[in-house]
Design a protein around this ligand. Structure first.
Ligand code: SF4
Length: 262
C-alpha cells in the first residue's frame, strides 16, 4: 500500500507543479552502479548492448524484482562494478557492442547520469534509457542525448498508480514524462508488467485507452517475474500466471487479460 494515499486526479497539472517523487543521490559526482550485463539483445530493441544498473529508486513497486537497487544509501558495489570499471569495459568493447542501456533502479535520479551518457556517446555507442518516469524534470534535458527509451506504465494514470508504486501521486510525474517523450519524437517503448492481483483486464483496457488518447504507443506486456520479488502474496500467484504466459508463447488462446497482448 502507498505511504500516503490520495484519490485526487493527477492529470493535466503543469510541469512546474510536479514535485520530485523522492530523493536523489545528489552528493555523488560519479554514477552509482550496482551491476552490469556485458552483452544483451533484450534491453534495447535491435541493438546489441551492455546494460548498466544504476543504484537507487524512489518508488516501492510491489512486484519489483530488483529491490536491492532501491536504496539511495551507499551500497557495496555488487561484483565490484563501479563507473570507472564499467567505462573501461565499454572502451574495450568498442566495435563489438552497438549500444549502452542505463537501467536501474531509476537512472534519472542520479545527477551524474548526463555526463555518463555523454561519455558513452563519445565512444560511439547508441544510448538506451530505462525509466519509470518518476523524475520528468530530470528526464527532459536528457532526451536529446538518448536514442531510445523504455518507459514503464504501471497502471491507469490516476490514483491506482499509487497502489503499485507505493508512492502518493506517482501517476503525475509519469504522465509528464510520457508526454515529454512523445513531444521529443524520440524512439520509445512502453512496458507494462502484469500481475492479475494488481491489474485487471479492465485496468489494462483503460491503460490502452489512456495511452491512445495521449497519442502514445500501446504497451508491451511483461509478465510478472517472481525472482527477487519480496511480496509473498504476489509470488504465491506466480505459478498460475506463468502457466498463462507459457500458453501465450505457445499460441494457445488465453483468458483475459493476457490474450489481447499476444
Ligand atoms: S520503479 Fe522499478 S526499480 Fe523502482 S521500485 Fe518500481 S520496479 Fe523497482
Amino acid at each position: 500500500m502507498p505511504r500516503e494515499f490520495t484519490s485526487a486526479s493527477t492529470r493535466n497539472l503543469p510541469l512546474a507543479m510536479i514535485p520530485l517523487s523522492g530523493p536523489e543521490i545528489s552528493s555523488r559526482k560519479e554514477l552509482a552502479l550496482s551491476g552490469v550485463i556485458p552483452f544483451s539483445t533484450l534491453d534495447f530493441p535491435g541493438v546489441l548492448s551492455a546494460v548498466l544498473f544504476c543504484q537507487g529508486c524512489p518508488w516501492l513497486c510491489r512486484y519489483c524484482h530488483n529491490p536491492h537497487l532501491r536504496s539511495f544509501s551507499p551500497q557495496p558495489y555488487r561484483d565490484g562494478w563501479d563507473w570507472p570499471r564499467a567505462r573501461d569495459l565499454l572502451v574495450k568493447r568498442i566495435g563489438f557492442l552497438e549500444g549502452v542501456v542505463f537501467s536501474g533502479g531509476e537512472p534519472t535520479a542520479q545527477p551524474a547520469l548526463a555526463d555518463a551518457i555523454k561519455e558513452v556517446r563519445g565512444m560511439g555507442y547508441r544510448v538506451g534509457l530505462h525509466t519509470s518516469g518518476s523524475y520528468p524534470k530530470k528526464l527532459i534535458p536528457l532526451l536529446p542525448l538518448v536514442d531510445w527509451i523504455g518507459l514503464d506504465i504501471k497502471a491507469p494514470l490516476d490514483f491506482r498508480y499509487d497502489l503499485i508504486t507505493g508512492i502518493s501521486g506517482s501517476a503525475r510525474p509519469t504522465r509528464a514524462s510520457l508526454e515529454a517523450i512523445i513531444a521529443s519524437g524520440i524512439d520509445y517503448q512502453i512496458r507494462t508488467t502484469v500481475h492479475p492481483k494488481l491489474l485487471s483486464h479492465l485496468d489494462l483496457r483503460e491503460i490502452e485507452q489512456q495511452l491512445t488518447s495521449i497519442g502514445a504507443h500501446t504497451p508491451v506486456i511483461q509478465p510478472f517475474r517472481a525472482q527477487g520479488c519480496q511480496d509473498p502474496e504476489l509470488v504465491a500467484d506466480a505459478t498460475t500466471l506463468n502457466k498463462e504466459v507459457d500458453s501465450a508463447q505457445r499460441g494457445v488462446s488465453l483468458p483475459e487479460p493476457l490474450h489481447r497482448y499476444q
